[in-house]
Design a protein around this ligand. Structure first.
Ligand SMILES: Cc1cc2nc3c(=O)[nH]c(=O)nc-3n(C[C@H](O)[C@H](O)[C@H](O)COP(=O)(O)OP(=O)(O)OC[C@H]3O[C@@H](n4cnc5c(N)ncnc54)[C@H](O)[C@@H]3O)c2cc1C
Length: 433
């Protein structure tokens, strides 16, 4: 059988159930990834900023390299994903398409359209806990994270074993070998040498994991340091690789278990798994609520705050020109590096919604554009959470940003660092939509 593998949010060979399934069935395979052009899609040039575009390009080049080591290759196709995949499958006479299941509405609709044209086998692979291993149906997902976590942990967390890298079937002999071409924006020059630079690809993700676990043993102190703001090792920084599926959450989980056997098991080692459960929770919320997560009122019937759009204030927030030096520093870090700490994200989100009265959807779109680790489920559901229209049991989650700055940046080192760089490399006001 000849089959087409459609890489989506799973740019890896290890622990990839859909890929394993294809390799068990197919004698020949075509591997494809689609770069959409229309701004309906998050990976279109309009919606994907330079940091995410570069990380994606590097990840695709790395994936192509690992496929080539096994005698196959990656094809980069342009167009609307459903039409493009069906056309490619027909052109290369593939009898079936395999892919990892995505959990957002538009992606599910696209997958269904492919399934209308030819057999399309989809497999779970994005979450730590397989949806079938939950102690309830996704429709009955608890509304509050703590209840979800307690139920999932009650009978012992069920995490399936890792799928080893499969043997990749050869390509059809008529498939041209043109090498892949992906546009990769150059890295910004002029930033200090200490600036975090993320390299895309599965091997780079594993390298980061080895560094964070066995290289520095920073995992042992994660719970104490995770609210940090400066430097590489206050938190894992796994999110960009997890978002594109270069790393699977199960690989991280099994590495934590290994670390607990080899080095130590403590609150911090558990806490990383706890955070991966947050990630799962937001995926399951997206599965449960489908496109409702993008509604102005989120999962509620009415907004908590009156939502208005203030064009000038909006520009100030995006470009890091608000009255809060702490918010500004975070916004500069985001625009200049593609990353912002979790503490920073919570603060700038709260400030945008509760202090400036901005529309959370516009702010979430700004994050989508700039975050290297943009993930539609984590991003949207975290915004809903801060806006009080998601899964937060508290009616209001307003941060006092001055108090937060005092607590998490007591000497102002973070603020001075990024506000100075923000002045040196200001945001072009025309780039703010
Ligand atoms: C407004 C807002 C928007 C966000 N947008 C995104 C996004 O687009 N993509 C994204 O991956 N995360 C998002 N987050 C969650 C969180 O800020 C990042 O996952 C985290 O900062 C990434 O850094 P890390 O890998 O060092 O995290 P660590 O602290 O090391 O955590 C380990 C992993 O756990 C997961 N995780 C941790 N916290 C959360 C959380 N609150 N929600 C979901 N997963 C979590 C991530 O996969 C992370 O890589 C957002 C948070 C907020 C408040």
């Amino acid at each position: 059988m000849r089959a087409l593998y459609w890489f989506r949010e799973d740019l890896r060979l290890e622990d990839n159930p859909a890929l394993t399934a294809l390799c068990a069935e197919a004698d020949e395979a075509v591997f494809a990834f689609v770069m959409p052009q229309s701004n309906r899609w998050s990976r279109s040039p309009e919606r994907m900023g330079e940091h995410r575009a570069r990380f994606l390009a590097e990840s695709l080049v790395a994936l192509d390299k690992t496929l080539r080591e096994q005698g196959n290759q990656l094809m980069i196709l342009q167009g609307d994903p459903d039409v493009t995949i069906v056309k490619a499958a027909q052109v290369w006479s593939c009898q079936a398409v395999y892919s990892q299941r995505c959990h957002t509405h538009e992606e599910e609709v696209t997958a269904a359209k492919v399934a209308d044209a030819l057999p399309h086998y989809t497999f779970e692979g994005a979450t730590l806990v397989h949806p079938e291993d939950l102690p309830f149906d996704v429709e009955d997902l608890p509304e509050i994270f703590t209840r979800f976590r307690k139920k999932v942990e009650k009978r012992g967390l069920i995490v399936r074993d890792i799928h080893p890298v499969p043997t990749i079937p050869p390509p059809p002999s008529e498939l041209p070998d043109e090498g892949i071409e992906v546009e990769s924006p150059a890295r910004m020059s002029g930033l200090p040498k200490t600036t975090m630079l993320f390299d895309g690809g599965a091997e780079a993700g594993m390298k980061r994991l080895r560094h964070y676990f066995w290289g520095t043993r920073a995992l042992s102190t994660y719970k104490k340091t995770r609210n940090g703001m400066m430097g590489w090792d206050y938190s894992s920084k796994f999110s960009p690789w997890l978002a594109l599926g270069c790393l699977s959450p199960r690989s991280v989980y099994h590495a934590v278990l290994e670390y607990e056997d080899d080095v130590e098991s403590n609150e911090s080692t558990y806490w990383l798994i706890f955070e991966l459960l947050w990630r799962d929770y937001f995926r399951f919320i997206a599965m449960q609520h489908s496109d409702r997560i993008w509604h102005k009122t989120g999962l509620k019937d009415a907004p908590r705050n009156p939502v208005t759009h203030h064009p000038l204030q909006w520009k100030d927030w995006c470009s890091g020109n608000t009255k809060s030096a702490y918010v500004n520093a975070n916004m500069h870090e985001l625009r200049l590096t593609g990353f912002m700490s979790n503490r920073g994200r919570q603060n700038v989100a709260s400030y945008a919604i509760h202090d400036m009265g901005l529309d959370w959807r516009a702010c979430a779109a700004w994050f989508e554009r700039w975050l290297i680790d943009f993930d539609p489920c984590s991003n949207t559901c975290n915004w809903l959470y801060v806006a009080g229209i998601g899964n937060d049991p508290r009616p209001q989650r307003k941060f006092d940003v001055d108090w937060q700055a005092e607590r998490y940046d007591p000497d102002g080192v973070f603020q001075r660092h990024w506000n100075r760089l923000g002045e040196k490399f200001p945001c072009n006001p025309d780039s703010v939509p």
